[in-house]
Write a protein that binds this ligand. Sequence first.
Ligand code: ZN
Length: 657
Amino acid sequence: MKSLWSEEEARAFPGELGQRVYSSRLLGRDKSLVLHGGGNTSVKLRERDILGRDIEVLYVKGSGWDLENIEAAGFAPVRLEHLRQLAQLPTLSDPQMVNELVTHLTRAAAPVPSVEAILHAILPYRYVDHTHADAVVTITNTAQGAARIREIYGESVVVVPYVMPGFELARACAQRFAAEAGPGTIGMVLLHHGIFSFGDTARQSYERMIALVGRAEQYLQQHKAWDICWPQAPQPAADVALDLARLRREISLVAGSALVMRRQADARSRAFAARSDIATISQQGPATPDHVIRTKPLPMLGRDVQAYAKTYGEYFANQEGTAAERKTMLDAAPRLVLDPELGLCTLGKSARDSCIVAEIYSHTIDIILRAAALGGYSALSAKDLFDVEYWDLEQAKLRRSGKAPAFAGEVALVTGAASGIGKACVEALLGRGAAVVGLDIQPGIAVLHQRADFLGIVCDLTSEAALRQALSQAVDAYGGLDMLILNAGIFPGGCRIEALASEEWRRVMRVNLDANVALMRDAYPLLKLAPRGARVVVIGSKNVPAPGPGAAAYSAAKAALNQLARVAALEWGADGIRINTLHPNAVFDTAIWTPEVLASRARHYGLTVEAYKKNNVLGVEVRSADVAELAAELCGQAFAKTTGAQIPVDGGNERVI
Ligand code: ZN
């Protein structure tokens, strides 16, 4: 472990708070120290309040901020003297503690201070850094963890046995610190949790963290517990899309809401899942309490979701306290699945969450295997895990995150997604919390959005093999398919029937009709497994109810597609699949409306281009985004009891009305 400190970089962060921001980011840069919102840092500053009094303020990381990209505004300023006095109280409940923290901020707009704020306050150093460093939690999660930590660090750290984060932990640390700290103390190790370092300057505190964690890494190396030797992984199973979708459905049903499921089938994950001792090493809880909420206490082995839920229920029923009442607060669904064929599957309410769980577990795998090499992984007790999972503060955090978006945990696939209506549909669906797979023949689709909840696949829809491949990629990324938007289509230039070449007719049919039949057919088994019932939206055309001359192939293909959708509504209704059609007209911000086509159509009606754009009953321009919003709404609650419908989006057309 190397210090990343650079004096040159540090100069760009003036002031003591600036230095705090800089060294916090350095910690955040190293994923073996902190992951996703984990860890926290602070600095104690003297300030003058509005009455001119000199006060001490603890700037501590606020919740909702990641160390990696924290800014000065991410530190919550709390009156330090008040925190020191709170630490003297014999008890303080979690809600009381949060109330005290929030009501003693010196800036109303500050984020909620870290629940470890009191702990930071009682440490008599200007800068305090806290991480859940992999190497340190590896060693503390072994049977002789405490003794090993002593052996590594001697008197340079205070060692605190495991206590759940919050007020009790702050008190335990204060007591240990008063009893054990000496002039050589530069840090504090919390067993089964993490490590603190402190110093007079940001650099000193940061570099002590690096040095302390470096010693733990060295210890692991010396004990041949650093380099992991991976056994040969079994071959990844092919054609598991339906298995995955089935698994995601079952887990979502137990969770009570749709979840996105990400499959990680790399050699490392498969080798871990296929280990002969997996049932022992994976079933002992996470490396630090910080991970419990996202990963759940234990991964599921294999695919028996009901058995997992039952064990989970029994596991907690055996714990003391108001278990029965608390049980209703959380679901018994796993967030991690280890299966020798599937590899590692991780679940979350969004694609981002599923990625975070995967990243956390990837570190956990290293920790478990290194601890195993050191004599055996031994994590928190079931009781401790129970307490963390049902922790008031964690539950409050979940509640604060607010109402879930309409399509949270669901997966949509949009064809023709690189431009026009398709691109707008991607945005409308992402905006409602869905994970979206976009297909297009344009290479730009691959880079349309750089975010965890979007997967762009370059795909020729007229190739059935390419469609199947895209579906399987979608399932690997997100676990299934809940919504399908059939949008892709071509609009050839005007051509009368007597001049229509057969090859042109077939080309239009292949894209506008045949590709949709193939996709619907191949997507059906997946749609059937959508936990909340699947929805299909067909982007039709005004030409279906009101065709115009010169577009025979286009109109006939769209009319056939329309009839196909109606039959699908009849055939698939019993499977809970709804299919509805939109008939847009005169949407000009799409790829098929080149300026030439637009001008030619306007000429055809004897109008200027401007007048042609608003040539409808309402006199409005219909944009891609208008169609996309309605397409997304068709997938939503308002249309939960509608199938087989055809809705115009055309500003009102006299021939349609
Ligand atoms: Zn912590």
